[in-house]
Design a protein around this ligand. Structure first.
Ligand code: HEM
Length: 533
């Protein structure tokens, strides 16, 4: 008995002792792993100021990302430390219009950092967005580029109108109920009535609109979210089973219902979609691989067709996994961004009644008095609105102030180093120019940089402002969907502000935003009534 107790004592004590020693060793290794590179400073970054924690580890970046205030914190750091801020042991953030062009321009040779590895799909297959290799990216981009040329996207216009019309028809009914003093519910939209208006959160409607449009454009099949006024779609439970079923007629798959908008928003990335293939990909899949593919002429599947038929210089098409990765990346890149931008612009206009009235006057001049019949649709044709300068100024100002993609998009310095604003950065260093902070730089935008003022675009130094304005980024990795996004924003904003009058849900209400890779308004509560009805 005594022996047993003795042995137990030895084992437990030794074990405890071993754990304690191991913890100390691990701690020392961790400290050294951060301290040695900091002290030896192989990349020559010690001279750059920044938060102390950021110089030693990525914990500073991780903390601000975790708290959903990446852009605000980096902006504050620039206000405190100046143009150059070391935001991680290997990354320097540089806020300056010249830096934008020196980092992201066509001849810089920079590549996307390993942050983008998180955006791979389908067994590690990156989309055009996530591809880091320059040659591979050029190949994919060439295949995709013609889909998004201005000439091609104009052909998407009827699809945009068809969904915008559904929104208008539903909002007309909600506004009529508001005038009669009736609150109500449709799908997941709850509105209340008061002061001859209907009061509701318009953000979710913009999500449904943007998701339905991109589903239709890219895959020829929408989510049906606007019709149902609900964020719900079916997905297959197993990605592998779905991939195996490619091209198989009547394949049996299991599905479950999820909230797609929420899934994408909650991660602000495509990560949540890992391991699952949405049901709406099924029609694409059969389209991609069906024998009669080429005979199809539906507008709704143009992008899908173009993806399928696109070829690189060596006449190679996209592979099966690449097609899936591209389809999914279009859904993510093309829906959330547009919806969030529309939500933010609507908020700014509701917050600034004078700007709203000026915009409505400009729209009335071109589109005629408001009050059209919603059954016949009263959506704004692109050909009529594309040259309304004030409309474009309102949209640009909204994109500037909100900065839907606001982070410094991290780029790796190529062999031979790079010089930015006279400072040389060694190969392998990560550099970035934060768009949110750039869009608020007082030296460009003045001391009212935080104010929504579309007049600055006509009254200020437009050339200087345009050099520091990059909501879609610039250079070889700039947004591929820019033409489409711009057309959508013009049609959305012109249509709804010509037809309705907006006020904020509560006076002085702030725009609450989840501030990650994408800056997402958490809700835009407004009071809406028909104009001229
Ligand atoms: C207001 C709406 C939009 C904004 C603010 C926006 C912004 C951006 C930005 C800043 C980038 C560069 C990202 C980076 O370097 O990491 C980007 C890339 C991209 N965007 Fe957009 N975007 C919008 C709408 C769209 C739409 C509608 C589509 C397509 C349907 C789209 C497709 C893409 C793609 C494919 C890329 C990757 C391009 C490449 O790496 O070559 N975007 N976007």
């Amino acid at each position: 008995m005594e022996l047993a107790s003795f042995l137990q004592d030895v084992v437990v004590n030794n074990f405890t002792h071993d754990i304690a020693s191991l913890s100390v060793v691990l701690l020392v290794i961790m400290v050294l792993a951060h301290l040695v590179p900091y002290l030896s400073d192989p990349a020559g970054l010690r001279a750059y100021p920044g938060p102390s924690l950021a110089k030693l580890s990525k914990a500073w970046l991780a903390r601000i990302a975790y708290h959903g205030r990446v852009n605000a914190s980096v902006h504050e750091a620039h206000e405190k430390y100046g143009t150059f801020v070391r935001i991680s042991p290997i990354e320097v953030s540089i806020v300056h219009p010249e830096a934008l062009h020196q980092i992201y321009g066509h001849t810089t040779g920079t590549t996307k950092s390993d942050l983008y590895s998180a955006f791979t799909q389908f067994g590690g297959t990156p989309s055009v967005f996530g591809t880091r290799d320059r040659t591979e990216h050029a190949r994919k981009r060439k295949i995709m580029a013609h889909i998004f040329s201005l000439k091609s996207v104009v052909e998407f216009e009827p699809i945009i109108h068809s969904y915008q019309r559904v929104l208008v028809q539903k909002w007309d009914r909600i506004c009529e109920a508001g005038v009669r003093g009736n609150g109500g519910v449709e799908g997941s939209c709850v509105w209340r009535a008061g002061n001859e208006r209907a009061w509701f959160d318009c953000m979710r409607w913009f999500n449904y609109l943007a998701f339905d449009i991109i589903g239709d454009l890219a895959f020829g099949s929408s989510f049906g979210m606007l019709a149902a006024v609900r964020d719900s779609t079916q997905i297959v439970t197993s990605q592998k089973a779905a991939m195996d079923a490619y091209g198989v007629q009547d394949a049996k798959l299991e599905y479950k219902t999820i909230s797609a908008v929420e899934a994408i928003n909650s991660a602000s990335s495509i990560g949540v979609f890992l391991g699952i293939l949405p049901l709406w990909l099924r029609p694409i899949v059969s389209r991609f691989f069906a024998a009669k593919m080429k005979a199809r002429s539906s507008l709704g599947s143009m992008a899908a067709t173009a993806l399928l038929e696109g070829r690189d210089e060596q006449d190679r098409p996209l592979g099966k996994k690449e097609l899936s990765a591209e389809s999914l990346s279009l859904l993510v890149a093309g829906s959330d961004t547009t919806a969030n931008s529309t939500g933010a612009i609507t908020y700014f206009l509701a917050q600034n009644p004078n700007v709203q009235a000026k915009l409505q006057e400009a729209l009335d001049q071109v589109l005629g008095p408001p009050g059209g019949d919603s059954d016949n649709g009263d959506t704004a044709p692109y050909s009529k609105i594309k040259n309304i300068e004030y409309l474009q100024d309102v949209i640009n100002e909204g994109l500037r102030l909100h900065s839907t993609v606001g982070i410094g998009l991290p780029r790796v310095v190529p062999e031979g180093g790079i010089t930015v604003l006279g400072k040389t950065f060694a190969s392998g260093t990560v550099i970035s120019c934060p768009l949110y902070a750039l869009h608020r730089l007082p030296s460009v935008w003045g001391n009212d940089a935080d104010v929504f003022n579309p007049d600055r675009w006509s009254k200020g130094d437009r050339a200087t402002m345009l050099k520091a304005f990059a909501p879609f980024s610039i250079g070889p990795r700039a947004c591929l969907g820019r033409n489409l996004a711009n057309m959508e924003l013009l049609i959305f904003i012109a249509t709804i502000f010509h037809r309705y009058d907006f006020v904020l849900g509560t006076p002085g209400q702030k725009l609450e935003v989840h501030d990650g890779f994408i800056r997402k308004p958490l809700g835009v509560s407004v009071g809406v009534k028909r104009r001229g009805a």
